[in-house]
Design a protein around this ligand. Structure first.
Ligand code: MG
Length: 224
């Protein structure tokens, strides 16, 4: 089939994008340096709206015996931050307005509002989106992508870039896969064909299925 692919410079905002990304990367490196100095691990949790990022963070918080804070990215609401606060976790809300992703500068601001000396781990819930957050590293040690089997059987193969740099992937909501015609094992294959280094888990964040294994991988990768 004939496919139109833009030439270099043909997408209107490409030059602006490159400068933004360079500056974002510089601040992300500063964030990483600060976090390492303070002995705090940070994890960027990415995925679409409704994939189950907040639910996975809730299940992780229950299983990790350490001092945790959550930075919540959302366009306008505080729904997820309130859910996590109700679990006794310190949370900082970032509302991005029209922006479809968190960036390193916003995370730097949130980190300056946390007492890093008293923390072991910062979990960052990115804005619900499977495209934009991929291009904006925040300075986290690890990146988790949550993709729901309810989104589409092609949710992984249509969003390759976010999976390229993922350390851990949760194929979530596996209990409803059959209802919507998805195959979680095929989605896992799709992830591994894009990024063979990722640890991929089939999860149900309501029952907790698969979450112990995911947390085990997280601890391993952080050297805990
Ligand atoms: Mg959420």
């Amino acid at each position: 089939m004939e496919v139109i692919e833009p030439e270099e410079g043909e997408i209107f905002d490409i030059e602006l994008d490159e400068n933004l990304q360079k500056e974002n990367l510089r601040i992300a490196e500063e964030n990483k340096k600060l976090l390492r100095e303070k002995g705090v691990n940070a994890v960027d949790v990415m995925g679409s709206v409704g994939a189950g990022k907040t639910s996975l963070i809730e299940r992780m918080v229950e299983r990790l015996d350490m001092k945790i804070a959550v930075i919540n990215g959302d366009l306008t609401t505080t729904i997820d931050a309130e859910r996590l606060r109700a679990k006794g976790v310190e949370t900082i809300q970032i509302n991005t307005g029209k922006e479809c992703h968190l960036d390193a500068n916003l995370v730097r601001k949130a980190l300056s509002n946390l007492d890093l000396d008293s923390l072991d781990l910062v979990l960052v819930e990115n804005v619900g989106n499977l495209i934009c957050p991929a291009e904006f590293p925040l300075g986290a040690e690890l990146r988790i992508v949550v993709v729901s089997a309810a989104e589409s059987p092609w949710a992984v193969s249509k969003h390759p870039y976010i999976f390229l740099d993922a350390d851990i992937v949760a194929i979530n909501k596996i209990d409803v896969a059959k209802l919507v015609g998805s195959d979680p094992l095929k989605m896992k294959e799709d992830v591994l064909s894009i990024n063979p280094r990722a640890d991929v888990f089939l999860t149900n964040c309501v029952t907790g299925q698969g979450v112990d294994e995911l947390v085990h991988s997280l601890k391993n990768r952080l050297g805990l």
